[in-house]
Design a protein around this ligand. Structure first.
Ligand code: TEU
Length: 535
């Protein structure tokens, strides 16, 4: 039987923003448990929980101070066990974010490490002497701006932090660190988790020779926090030693039944697709991986084709995870607005594209409502890079505002207290209670079910068809079924002459008249086999 995750749809929950059950303005695990029927009702297979472990929340939980404790803010271990039980009872798997590359500076390991150069944790982080002039050991940039090194007066050395200075990087070259990390993963697997989303999976190792990165052209901003496009980050991340560690992780998870790991490759562009392949090829590394390739501004047929074809040719036995939105990037309806006829039309088109892609699909809470990016004032921001570099950096708060349940309820039903990020009217207008027949939410349900019931979409191979931009076209073919999927990625009407008779099995803003397929702006069609499209 095919492993459960291979054609799954995974729903990402950002716990701070899903449902507050305690009235403190921050979402929690009991709140998510209350909303499990909504999630199960979408027809998804699995929930990915953004970080829930003990954390000072400097980077909203991506700064862990205790890997073995659920943060009291989210309800502790008892709330976690109840959530797992409730999810499993509904046939939903649950994976959690594991942020292993770095810890919080409040983690006991770091507190001890920084005290002296000769205690048993001294070499658990990446410490290095200043250069003779006192400057940092290398030119590496922190992802959130400034140097990736912070000077610690007590040790008289710098420590590495690829993200905030309160997120020191663990030293994966130290075997004791690797053993401790594997132990923490084991703890959660023993507790009934179904797997992990591995944060920054290509940042675990750094160059031990501490070579400076070569310069590069400025890269486009992806996360709205990207400040360091000016160097080619080859020595601070994506080191060759990582592969052996991924194999150890896989060996651990293979001791359990049905565990899945999806790694976040912190890269964009063509290189990111190559790394996704390297990390998932064969059955000895990660089960699957995603990168930022589809999470950026690019919205044209060539781009999507390059991502999917590039992955296939680089890693014929690898497995991708494709998503258009998450907690780090502007929401897709807003990000791709210039290509849209309307918010709803781009939401539907994006949904249909995702559900037709080969691999595993990720959707982010609120995406099923056609949610848009929230516009925030400076005073409302919580994301550190945004606070530091506003307005050049807008940050990630706009995609993290609370889930909206009832349009006219206080804070749209998210919380009875002032939420940690505000609920604004444009977002509340898309609340779950507004999503009746014909809504975007109804559409997501329909499309998820369609994908699940279609052998071609859930298991079929992909072959691209060359049509001029802005038309993206490919066939999905399984033993039982062939579907030709055609999408109009623009606002304008486009036509495609069909060689053979064809029928639209499912579509939107599309029709066939006299052997010609017409796609209105943002229209798409899944055609039943027989359609033969001339180049
Ligand atoms: O994000 C990773 C990240 O910020 C970059 O590596 C990203 O991949 C890059 O912009 C692509 O060019 C993860 C989390 O998702 C994020 O929320 C955290 O802030 C971050 O790690 C640090 O843990």
């Amino acid at each position: 039987m095919q492993e459960w995750w291979r054609s799954a749809v995974i729903y990402q929950v950002y716990p701070r923003s899903y449902q507050d059950s305690t009235g403190n303005g921050v979402g929690d695990l009991a709140g998510i448990t209350q909303r499990l029927d909504h999630i199960a009702g979408l027809g998804v297979d699995c929930i990915w929980l953004s970080p829930i472990f003990a954390s000072p929340q400097a980077d909203m939980g991506y700064d862990v101070s205790d890997y073995l404790a659920v943060d009291p803010l989210f309800g502790g271990l008892a709330a976690f066990d109840a959530l797992i039980e409730g999810a499993h009872a509904r046939g939903l798997k649950v994976i959690v974010d594991q942020v292993l590359s770095h810890t919080s500076d409040q983690h006991d390991w770091f507190k001890k490490s920084r005290v002296s150069r000769d205690n048993d944790k001294a070499d658990w982080y990446v410490w290095a002497d200043p250069q003779p002039d006192g400057s940092p050991p290398t030119n590496w940039h922190s992802h959130f701006g400034g140097p990736a090194w912070e000077f610690d007066p007590q040790r008289g050395q710098y420590y590495l932090h690829n993200f905030l200075s309160s997120q020191p990087d663990l030293n994966f070259h130290n075997p004791d660190v690797v053993d401790a990390i594997l132990e923490t993963c084991k703890f959660w697997l023993d507790r009934g988790l179904d797997g992990f989303r591995l944060d920054t999976v290509n940042y675990y190792f750094h160059d031990q020779e501490l070579r400076s990165n070569p310069p590069a052209q400025a890269a486009p901003q992806v996360m709205a926090t990207d400040l360091y496009g000016m160097q080619n980050n080859i020595y601070n991340k994506t080191r060759p030693e990582n592969i052996a560690f991924l194999e150890r992780l896989r060996a651990l998870t293979d001791q359990y039944d049905d565990i899945m790991m999806v790694g976040e490759v912190g890269e964009m562009g063509r290189r990111s697709i190559e790394i996704m392949g390297e990390y998932t090829e064969g059955r000895e590394r990660l089960h699957m991986a995603y990168s930022f390739a589809m999470l950026g501004p690019d919205f044209n047929a060539e781009h999507f084709r390059n991502c999917i074809e590039g992955f296939q040719s680089g890693a014929p036995d690898g497995h991708p995870y494709w998503s258009f939105s998450n907690h780090d990037v502007p929401r897709q309806v807003t990000r791709w607005a210039e290509h849209s006829v309307s918010e709803d039309s781009i939401a539907r088109l994006a949904c249909a594209m995702l559900m037709s892609f080969e691999g595993t699909i990720g959707i982010y809470q609120g995406e099923e409502l056609g949610q848009t990016e929230t516009e925030l004032e400076f005073e409302e921001l919580t994301d550190p890079p945004a606070i530091r570099y506003w307005p050049a950096v807008k940050g990630r708060d706009g995609c993290r505002t609370p889930m909206v349940w009832e349009k006219d309820a206080l804070n749209a039903g998210f919380s009875t207290a002032q939420p940690w990020l505000p609920v604004k009217p444009p977002q509340a207008a898309r609340a779950v209670d507004q999503q009746g027949d014909g809504s975007i939410m109804a559409y997501y349900k329909e499309m998820i079910a369609y994908r699940k019931n279609s052998p071609a979409l859930s298991r079929g191979k992909t072959t691209f068809i060359s049509l001029p931009e802005p038309l993206l076209a490919f066939t999905r073919q399984s033993d039982e079924q062939t579907l030709t999927c055609i999408f109009n990625l623009s606002k304008n009407v486009h036509t495609v002459p069909l060689k053979n008779a064809a029928e639209i099995a499912l579509g939107k803003a599309s029709s066939i008249t006299d052997g010609v397929l017409t796609l209105e702006g943002n229209g798409f069609a899944y055609l039943t086999h027989g359609a033969d499209i001339p180049l």
